[in-house]
Design a protein around this ligand. Structure first.
Ligand code: ADP
Length: 634
């Protein structure tokens, strides 16, 4: 062994220790995936070298035949992986194999419950990568040298996965990385050619460069040992260039795990070859689960970009809109130049037309999923529904298509799940109903019992119940669907159109006339608190309700703006009362103006509470209510 210098012992970042612990306890039933993860890294390293060598051919150091070799030693109980990719410098090794670069990792780790069963599902969200070596090994050694650095700047990294690792500088003749796994006792089954070959075939057949195993050779007595020969065990061609009909589902799934660094199978994929003015292959996947950093601004997103089979960059963000940031995949273009940069991608008109075509592909794929695999779509919606709701604002051209993919909770479904599509809603709309009714609020429990729904229940009209924080904002971008306008049932002067009969309307007008006196008294009593007082057509059981002005901000938007420290324009609600309610009858007959005032304010405050709003002066509410209670009991 060559000399080691500058040896030092360093500690893993806390998150690495947590990950290692979690991984070892989560993956014991699926140990063999360590090989897939290490091969995946080696393949990425080769991709990076190939790309960098385009502008710096000297990096190839004369060795242009790129490959991965897997070997083993039954006696020493080791498995060794070697690649001639980009390699790592000493600093690279310390950062890449000692820390986790993903933003939000610490928060993710904080969310672990300590219950191994529950937490083991989370590991899939994370992607285990290099550290998976410790599932089967109790010592891992990495020998690496960054392409372009002299042989003397090789590095030797070693760890038992128990909190620390050692690094030393050590000569390495060839560029690239060699990883030696010292198998744990009981894991020696992996030091076996047959076993390794099967694992590679199973998980890594799609890797586009050769993965070689030592060829079995029989030594002949009396003759010198034969030179080791190697044989390629995988298919070694770029999967996305093969015709769809020739690629098996399992291959698509394994390829997904490689590019997405995911652990679970994808929900769906779409593989296409485009010819004509533009030429490219694309393979797009919908993951099964939202990554933990879906809402982190700096979280990686975008596709893997290849130009004529050569890997060019990871996380090429310009090919899909932000609301589809969860899509993983590959795009391989024949039109772009190999030295394309992120800046160029942002401006190139070719990219614009690819982006709109790829966006359409994704939306079509989701439409198909919704139609053919409703259960899977439900799961998709749970994971990514909130992100899809960003769509209508970002992607005007596809607004209608995105709207058809949205799912809502509704008064027709007691479960409270977001499961109703707009097309379903319209299919069961009432005769004469030409609007889509919805109500927004804080929580399902709150909106489900809102007084705003009373008239709709009475008439049997379905109302969509929107309780995600983004919903009110979303609805400000959706004006109609399939020619039918959206109506917020808590807003403005509710007009049920043809759903109210002529008699209904006439009766309403008469009541309004009849109650003019009461309206005036209420206006005086409530004063500045309201913008208007009127008779309600929304209520059957409750005495009063607050409606939002047609142009005013809703409660959700107001709360979001207030939480972000913005000044929210002052808006006053409309006080609507139910003329048939006994309390309103009492109010109308109340001669004592002070008591009239108290009762009006109580009704107003109660209406605010029922809408999920907080009271401006809760103490005053309690005081007035108690006063009435005392009077009641004497
Ligand atoms: P990920 O691959 O998800 O980034 P890993 O923990 O698997 O996470 O690897 C961390 C980093 O270590 C990689 O991003 C890469 O920079 C580096 N690395 C791992 N394996 C190799 C390798 N065989 N050759 C070069 N670099 C590697």
């Amino acid at each position: 062994m060559s000399v080691e210098t500058q040896k030092e012992t360093l500690g893993f970042q806390t998150e690495v220790k947590q990950l290692l612990h979690l991984m070892i306890h989560s993956l014991y039933s699926n140990k063999e995936i360590f090989l897939r993860e290490l091969i995946s890294n080696a393949s990425d390293a080769v991709d990076k070298l190939r790309f960098e060598a385009l502008s710096r051919p000297e990096l190839l150091e004369g060795g242009a035949e790129l490959k991965i070799r897997v070997s083993f030693d039954k006696d020493a109980k080791t498995v060794t992986l070697e690649d001639n990719g980009i390699g790592m410098s000493r600093e690279d090794v310390i950062t890449h194999l000692g820390t986790i670069a993903k933003s939000g990792t610490a928060d993710f780790m904080k969310n672990l419950s300590g219950d191994q069963k529950k937490d083991s599902h989370l590991i899939g969200q994370f992607g285990v990568g290099f550290y998976s070596a410790f599932i089967v090994a109790d010592q891992v050694e990495v020998f690496s040298r960054r392409a372009g650095l002299p042989a003397s700047e090789g590095v030797h990294w070693s760890s038992r996965g128990e909190g620390e690792f050692e690094v030393a500088t050590q000569e390495k003749a060839d560029r690239g990385t060699r990883i030696v796994l010292h198998l744990k006792s009981g894991e020696d089954e992996f030091a076996d050619g047959y076993r390794l070959r099967n694992i590679i075939k199973k998980y890594s057949d799609h890797i586009a460069l050769p993965i070689e195993l030592p060829k079995e050779q029989i030594a002949v007595e009396g003759e010198p040992a034969p030179v080791q020969e190697w044989e390629t065990v995988n298919r070694a061609s770029a999967l996305w260039t093969r015709p769809r009909t020739e690629v098996k589902d399992e291959e698509y799934q394994e390829f997904y795990k490689h590019i997405a660094h995911d652990f679970e199978n994808p929900l769906s994929w779409s593989h296409n070859k485009v010819e004509g003015k533009l030429e490219y292959n694309s393979l797009l996947y919908v993951p099964a689960r939202a990554p933990f950093d879906l809402y982190q601004r700096e979280a990686p997103r975008g596709l893997k970009l290849y130009v004529q089979r050569v890997f060019v960059m990871d996380q090429a963000e310009s090919f899909l809109p932000l609301y589809l940031r969860f899509i993983k995949g590959v795009v391989d273009s024949n039109d772009l130049s190999l030295n394309v940069s992120r800046e160029i991608l942002q401006k190139d008109p070719i990219i614009d037309s690819m982006k709109s075509a790829l966006t359409k592909r994704v939306l079509d794929m989701l439409e198909k999923l919704a139609k053919n695999q409703p259960e899977e779509y439900k799961s998709f919606w749970k994971n990514f529904g909130q992100v899809m709701k960003e769509g209508p604002a970002e992607d005007f051209a596809n607004k209608e298509k995105i709207a058809s993919l949205l799912r809502f909770a509704s008064t027709s479904d007691e479960s409270g799940e977001q499961s109703v599509a707009l097309s379903e809603y319209l299919a069961r709309a009432k005769e004469g109903q030409d609007k889509i009714y919805y109500l927004t609020g804080e929580s399902y429990a709150q909106v489900k019992n809102s007084p705003h729904l009373e008239v709709f229940r009475k008439k049997g009209i379905e109302v969509l119940l929107l309780t995600d924080r983004i919903d009110e904002w979303l609805m400000s971008y959706l004006s109609d669907f399939d020619g039918k306008g959206f109506v917020d049932v808590a807003r403005g002067d509710l007009d049920l159109g043809k759903l109210d009969s002529e008699e209904d309307k006439k009766a309403q007008e008469e009541v309004a006339k009849d109650k003019e006196g009461l309206i005036e008294r209420l206006k005086t009593a409530l004063g500045e608190a309201v913008s208007e007082v009127r008779v309600s057509h929304r209520l059957t059981d409750s005495p009063a309700i607050l409606a939002i002005g047609e142009q005013d901000l809703g409660l959700q938007m107001r709360q979001i703006l207030e939480a972000s420290g913005q000044k929210v324009p002052d808006s006053k609600p409309i006080f609507e009362f139910n003329p048939t309610h006994p309390l309103i009858g009492k109010l109308d007959n109340e001669q004592n103006e002070e008591r009239f005032g108290d009762l009006s304010h109580i009704l107003f405050d109660q209406a605010a509470l029922a809408a999920g709003d907080s009271l401006k002066d809760p103490a005053a509410y309690v005081r007035r209510l108690n006063k009435l209670l005392v009077e009641l009991s004497v």
